[in-house]
Design a binder for this molecule. Structure first.
Ligand code: BGC
Length: 503
C-alpha cells in the first residue's frame, strides 16, 4: 500500500470513528431526553393522583361547601341556587309542550308529548341550530333575535298550528348557565360559562330578554318555566323513577342539582313549599378546594381563560377543557423535550384538540395506535410520530381523564353525603339512616354517555369511595334529554301545561 493509500485508509477510519461517536452521542442524548420525558410523565401522574383518601377529602369538602352555600349568600364558591322547583314530576303528567334549549353548541326548539304514563314521552327534536361562534360573544339582543328567528322558522314551516295560532301560548326554556331564579319562570343571569361571554346580558332577566325578542317579532308566547339543564335532568329522572334525588351533567360544562329540604336552606328562612323540599342548582363547576389535585397546566389554563379563578372544578372535569389540558401537556413536552420533532404551529392553537378527539386517541385499540397517528397528523399536523410517543400521548389522555372522572365521582358522593345517602348518616344532625335506601342519580352529558373510559373510571371511583355494600344502593341512571323534556315536565308538575293540551 502506497503512502496515499495508507493516508486514505487512516482518513476513512477516522471519519468512521467520528460518525460512530456522533451517533453514539446522539443516542445517548436521545435516551437521556426520553428519560426526562418519562420523569415528566411520572410527575404529571403523581400530581394528578386521586387516591381514595384524597377523593374522600374532596367528598367532605363538597359537603361542607354545600352547607356553607346554603347558609348564606356568598358563603361559598358553590352558589347553591334556589330553583323554585318544589315539586318533581311523578309520571302522571300529560299534554303537549314546547321547549327551547340553550346551553352549548346548539340551540334547539322542541315539542314534547307527555302521555300520562311514564313510558310514553314522545319527543320531537323539531329543530337544531348550531350557534354561530360570533353570537356567543356578541350582544344579548343579537343572541335572542337568533333564538326567536329559529323559533319562527319552525312556526313558519307550518308544522304546528298550536304554536302559530294567535292564541297566547306558553313555552319552557332550558338555559344552562348560572341564574339567580326569582320564580320558576324568571331569573337573572349571574355570569356566563363555557364559551359564552355576552357582557350586557349579565344581571338581566333571561325570560324578559326572550319575552322582549318574541314580542318584537309579534309572537304571542309566554315563558312559563326557566330551568337549568341539570334541573331538567332531575325532573326527567324523577318522572321515570321516584327514587331519583340528584342529577349531574358532565358534557361541555358540568353541574349538579339535587332535592334539598327547605329547612336546610338557611339563607332563605321561612321558605315554604308544599312538598317541604326544593331543587337546588349547585353550580358545582365553580366548586373549589385545596384538596383538588392541581397541576401547572391547570394553573396556566385558568390564567389564560376569560374567567380566571372561576369554574375551577369545571376546568378540571368538563369536555370543554380536557382536550385543552392534554394539548398543553403535549406542547410542553414537545417544546422542552422534543418528543414529536419540530413543534407544529397547530399545536400552539388553544382548544384545537377537542375532547372528543382526545377521547378517540385514548380509546384507540389498534395495535399500532394508528388512530392516534392519524389524529396527530390531521388535527395537529404532526406526522410520523413514533409508536413509543403515541403510547406516551395515550397515557397523558388517561391521566387527565381518570383524574376528571374520579373527581366527578367524589362530587357525586359529596352530594350523597350532604343528604345522608352515603351510608354514613350524613353530616347533618338528625338525619341518620341506619338502613341505606335505594338512591338514584340521573346523569347526562357526552363525557359520561359517550366516553366509556370516563364512565368506567367514574363508576369505579364511586364504588371505591362508598365501598361495595353501600354503592350497590346507589344507581347512576342515564336519562335521555332532560334539557329537552325537562322544561315541559317542570311546567306540568307546577301548574297548568306549558301550552294547551292537544287532547
Ligand atoms: C353551567 C351550568 C350548566 C352546566 C352543564 C355549566 O357551565 O354553569 O349552569 O348546568 O354547564 O351544561
Amino acid at each position: 500500500m502506497g503512502k496515499v493509500g495508507l493516508g486514505l485508509a487512516v482518513g476513512c477510519a477516522v471519519a468512521t470513528c467520528a460518525i460512530a461517536a456522533v451517533m453514539v452521542a446522539r443516542r445517548v442524548r436521545s435516551r437521556r431526553r426520553w428519560g426526562r420525558v418519562v420523569r415528566e410523565l411520572k410527575e404529571l401522574e403523581e400530581v394528578c393522583s386521586t387516591s381514595v383518601g384524597r377523593l374522600r377529602q374532596v367528598v367532605d369538602a363538597m359537603a361542607v361547601e354545600m352547607h356553607a352555600g346554603l347558609a348564606s349568600e356568598g358563603g361559598s364558591k358553590l352558589k347553591m341556587l334556589l330553583t323554585f322547583v318544589d315539586n318533581l314530576p311523578n309520571g302522571s303528567e300529560e299534554g303537549t309542550y314546547y321547549a327551547l334549549d340553550l346551553g352549548a353548541t346548539n340551540f334547539r326548539v322542541l315539542r314534547v308529548q307527555l302521555g300520562g304514563k311514564r313510558s310514553t314521552v314522545i319527543e320531537h327534536d323539531v329543530d337544531r341550530h348550531p350557534i354561530p361562534q360570533y353570537l356567543m360573544t356578541s350582544r344579548s339582543e343579537e343572541l335572542f333575535d337568533f333564538i326567536v328567528s329559529s323559533l319562527l322558522q319552525y312556526i313558519e314551516r307550518g308544522e304546528d298550528s298550536e304554536l302559530s295560532s294567535s292564541k297566547r301560548r306558553e313555552i319552557g326554556f332550558t338555559f344552562s348557565f348560572p341564574v339567580k331564579q326569582t320564580s320558576v319562570s324568571s331569573g337573572i343571569l349571574i355570569k356566563w360559562t363555557k364559551e359564552f361571554a355576552i357582557e350586557d346580558m349579565v344581571g338581566r332577566d333571561v325570560s324578559e330578554c326572550l319575552q322582549e325578542a318574541m314580542s318584537k317579532r309579534g309572537l304571542n308566547v309566554r315563558v312559563a318555566a326557566l330551568i337549568n339543564d341539570t334541573v331538567g335532568t332531575l325532573a326527567l329522572g324523577h318522572y321515570h323513577d321516584e327514587d331519583t334525588v340528584a342529577a349531574v351533567i358532565i358534557g361541555k360544562g358540568t353541574n349538579a342539582c339535587y332535592l334539598e329540604q327547605t329547612d336546610a336552606i338557611i339563607k332563605c328562612q321561612g321558605l315554604l313549599t308544599n312538598s317541604g323540599g326544593m331543587v337546588v342548582n349547585m353550580e358545582w363547576g365553580n366548586f373549589w378546594s385545596s384538596h383538588l389535585p392541581r397541576t401547572s397546566y391547570d394553573i396556566d389554563l385558568d390564567e389564560d381563560s376569560p374567567n380566571p379563578n372561576d369554574q375551577g372544578f369545571e376546568k378540571m372535569i368538563s369536555g370543554m377543557y380536557l382536550g385543552e389540558i392534554v394539548r398543553r401537556v403535549i406542547l410542553k413536552m414537545s417544546q422542552e423535550l422534543d418528543i414529536v420533532g419540530p413543534v407544529s404551529s397547530k399545536l400552539s392553537v388553544p382548544f384545537i384538540l377537542r375532547t372528543r378527539l382526545m377521547a378517540a386517541m385514548h380509546e384507540d385499540d389498534t395495535p399500532d395506535l394508528s388512530e392516534v397517528a392519524r389524529l396527530l397528523k390531521d388535527i395537529l399536523e404532526i406526522p410520523d410520530v413514533p409508536l413509543k410517543v403515541r403510547k406516551l400521548i395515550v397515557k397523558v389522555c388517561d391521566v387527565v381523564t381518570r383524574r376528571a372522572a374520579r373527581l366527578a365521582a367524589a362530587g357525586i358522593v359529596g352530594i350523597l353525603k350532604k343528604i345522608g345517602r352515603d351510608g354514613s348518616g350524613g353530616i347533618t344532625s338528625g338525619r341518620s339512616h341506619s338502613k341505606m335506601r335505594r338512591t338514584v342519580v340521573a346523569i347526562e352529558g357526552s363525557l359520561y354517555t359517550r366516553y366509556s373510559m370516563f364512565r368506567e373510571y367514574l363508576n369505579e371511583a364511586i364504588t371505591e369511595i362508598l365501598g361495595e355494600d353501600i354503592s350497590q344502593h346507589v344507581i347512576l341512571k342515564v336519562t335521555e334529554d332532560g334539557s329537552g323534556i325537562g322544561p315541559a315536565l317542570v311546567a306540568a308538575a307546577h301548574s297548568a301545561p306549558v301550552v294547551d293540551s292537544v287532547q
